[in-house]
Design a protein around this ligand. Sequence first.
Ligand SMILES: [Zn+2]
Length: 123
Amino acid sequence: MPSVLRLKTYVRPRAVAAVRFCRENVYIRDNYTCQYCGTKLAAKQLTLDHVVPASHNGPKNWTNVVSACRDCNQKKANRTPRTANMPLLNEPRAPSWLPTLELEIGEDHIPPDWTPYLRLSTG
Ligand SMILES: [Zn+2]
């Protein structure tokens, strides 16, 4: 094996992929917390709220969609946070992380060489 390699061409690393905009990722970004009242809920109890309502041409994207509990979503209805007097707890932004991929592998199928690098769940 040579100790030094000269690259004839430089391969630029690909830009980090943007986090896909979808319901579950919005909940993850918001830590499963209603962005109006701060209540933490299970995904099935949360809703997506358009900050600027779709009826006011609010887009469906990272900066205009937040997690909200059903009560707050109903209370806010077709209003902006300002007109509803319901300020957001956090300014919605596109996240820079990528959701971690969780793999489940039967312990019998793990190649022995991998084990030093795996955190095995016990239980
Ligand atoms: Zn709420």
